[in-house]
Design a protein around this ligand. Structure first.
Ligand code: MLT
Length: 270
């Protein structure tokens, strides 16, 4: 399996290797790159999909100390992967936390970005309540590990009611992709707590941009996707029917179709 080095960390990534438009997709919290499995299957031959495991997730190494985790250090992981894969410029996309990291990449390295896919994410920073919830989750993980919290999250707002009721295979796949080291969970919670507000960056985005959101996303709801759509000139918005926060897993054909259409029409010349 290919990997990059970011400082002393080994960062794993999946690479479909096709001789085609490169698109880097960054997973959400607390998942790993296996959460992009349906897109790897649907798009991996027509696009070059590069799917990093952020540090502390999947097969990537991660620091034990939460202070090392930030959206900027995660962005550094992605740049290290692009370097290792020989990719100078790519479409960059991310779901949720992956979107927060995509905004950090826009601030740090926009010349390497040919287009954006912002999926089930938002530009706003955490408010005080959200930070307190994340702190309580960090304490809980340190006391009892990740398992019960992962089960509760899946039973709660991550998925739409329809997915939970009718698609046990999706619930199972999501649960497997949550099986990551406790240090990665705690670190990502720290990074999300401390991430800056990206709202002021939206008007500077001048590359083709696709915004995707599950119709029933309860974590980063369609109203926030519409706000990004209004502020990013020329952006497209795809609302995925019946899906919740994990729209790429819950409605994979619809999600992959929206990405394929975006790449061929809006970002076709990349
Ligand atoms: C994610 O899916 O990455 C997280 O739910 C995002 C968040 O908690 O803000």
């Amino acid at each position: 399996m290919p990997h990059a080095r970011d400082g002393n960390l080994r960062i794993h990534y999946r690479d479909t290797g096709a001789d085609a438009t490169p698109i880097v997709l960054i997973h959400g919290h607390p998942f790993n790159s296996s959460a992009w499995g349906p897109q790897e299957d649907a798009l991996g031959k027509s696009l070059r999909l590069v799917l990093p495991d952020l540090m502390g997730f999947g097969e990537s190494e991660g620091p034990e100390q939460r202070a090392y985790y930030s959206v900027d250090t995660f962005a550094g992981n992605v740049l290290a992967v692009m370097d290792a894969a020989g990719i100078d410029k790519a479409i960059i996309g991310g779901l949720s936390l992956g979107g927060y990291v995509t905004f950090a990449l826009w601030r740090l390295a926009r010349t390497r970005i040919a287009g954006l896919v912002l999926a089930d994410t938002k530009a706003e920073a955490d408010n005080d309540d959200a930070r307190a919830t994340r702190t309580a989750q960090q304490q809980r993980i340190e006391r009892e590990g990740i398992s019960t919290l992962a089960d509760e999250m899946l039973a709660g707002p991550l998925l739409s009611d329809a997915t939970r009721a009718d698609k046990p295979d999706v619930v199972e796949r999501a649960r497997r992709a949550m099986d990551n080291p406790a240090a990665g969970w705690v670190g990502a919670l720290q990074a999300m707590k401390e991430r800056p507000d990206s709202t002021p960056n939206l008007s500077s985005i001048d590359v083709p941009t696709l915004i995707v959101v599950g119709e029933h996303d309860a974590i980063t709801p369609p109203a926030l996707a519409r706000l990004m759509h209004e502020q990013i000139a020329g952006s497209r918005l795809a609302v995925i029917p019946a899906a919740g926060h994990l729209s790429n897993l819950e409605a994979p054909s619809h999600f992959s179709g929206a990405v394929a259409e975006f790449v061929s029409e809006a970002a076709g010349g990349i």
